[in-house]
Design a protein around this ligand. Structure first.
Ligand SMILES: [Zn+2]
Length: 366
């Protein structure tokens, strides 16, 4: 029943301060030219899609429809040393030097506004706070509602709207300070978590499971054969799937690949890079809200079985505001103990379902 389990949401308004604009002068001009060339090729008026309204949409829905068992708190900013566990000092020094400025960081549309660095240290800090809360037993699960997102950020580079790799910073903190030995990171964002993969590529103490839309979908990495290296070989698990995959494909990947991998690994903490762009009305992968509910319960079951239910989620992508806010709300209801529906084949997006419907109408096989 909803309210049977305690959930803490970590959120701070300071993260709304990250607000890059596209119609202001940028640095360096070489990058600006490249970005403008990309934008000119698009047939709509572009604005920075990873905008503050993403978080306010989620918080507004939570205020409008509160969930029993869910409380909201703000965590502190991440420190330089906490970030330096997964990022080079060259990368951090460069980002901190941009405080108060506007700049493009990467040709793939990652930019900062004057308050972005504060927002980014808050995002990483709230991810750390979520992990601390579950490991210390202050709540059964936690969800860090943060932006900018993190899973594309590499040790040396910001990219794909991501400045610091929030989930990796949280995992490294759990290893360094909270006594966690084996951490499972599940990434169900539609895009491959290339940054998280890079950071833990050779680390046998972090099992990274990533289901994502297959290349050439951004960022183009995450092949099935990419399994880690050195001592970390076998501790990176990539599941690239086609763009119309759907709920049942995700459920099967969790059932047949993630659960056995977790069984062998025996994690003592589980983190989820929770993106909502796999929703059928967002970028790719055709999930429904029921799909997110089932995946959440499966992650929760793994946590219950191996680590006393210790489960912390960190927000990644999600650009359709309805799918994002409703998706997060659905996940929080399940974390709080809500019931989970049984999945039925949801088929392809409306237009395809309609096509099938019409075809079925003509082939009566009863
Ligand atoms: Zn994404």
């Amino acid at each position: 029943m909803i309210g049977d389990r305690s959930v803490t949401v970590f959120y701070d308004e300071v993260m709304l301060g990250h607000n890059p604009q596209v119609d202001l002068p940028y640095l360096p001009s070489r990058v600006e030219k490249r970005v403008r060339t990309i934008l000119e090729g698009l047939d709509f008026k572009w604005s920075y899609p990873e905008h503050p309204g993403r978080l306010t949409a989620i918080m507004d829905l939570l205020k409008e429809q509160p969930i029993a068992g869910v409380q909201i708190k703000a965590g502190p900013h991440a420190t330089y040393n906490q970030l330096a566990r997964v990022h080079t000092s060259a990368h951090l020094d460069h980002l901190f030097s941009l405080e108060g400025q506007r700049a493009w960081l990467d040709r793939d549309t990652t930019a900062v506004s004057p308050d972005s660095i504060k927002a980014a240290t808050s995002a990483a800090g709230n991810a750390i706070a979520a992990v601390e809360a579950v490991v210390k037993g202050e709540c059964q699960s936690a969800f860090a509602l943060v932006r900018p997102p993190g899973h594309h950020a590499e040790p040396v580079r910001s990219r794909g709207f991501c400045l610091f790799n929030n989930v990796a910073v949280a995992a490294a903190h759990a290893q360094a300070k909270l006594g966690c030995k084996r951490i499972l990171i599940v990434d169900w964002d539609a895009h491959h978590g290339n940054g998280t993969q890079d950071i833990f590529w050779a680390d046998p103490d972090v099992l990274f499971f990533d289901i994502h839309c297959a290349a050439p979908f951004y960022p183009g990495s995450g092949k099935l054969e990419d399994v880690g290296a050195g001592l970390g070989e076998g501790y990176t698990v990539n599941v690239p799937v086609p763009g119309d995959a759907g709920d049942l494909a995700f459920e099967k990947a969790f059932q047949d690949i993630l659960i056995p991998a977790a069984e062998r690994f025996e994690p003592d903490l589980i983190l989820v890079s929770a993106g909502f762009d796999p929703h059928r009305n967002d970028m790719a992968l055709n999930l429904t809200y029921d799909g997110f509910a089932v995946l959440t319960r499966m992650a929760q079951d793994i946590a219950d079985r191996h680590c006393d239910g210790k489960l912390a989620m960190v927000l990644e992508g999600g650009y359709n505001l309805t799918a994002l806010s409703r998706g997060v709300h659905t996940v929080l209801e399940v974390l709080a103990g809500g019931d989970v529906p049984e999945l039925v084949e949801c088929g392809l997006p409306e237009v395809m379902t309609a096509a099938e419907f019409h075809r079925d109408a003509f082939t009566d096989d009863d």
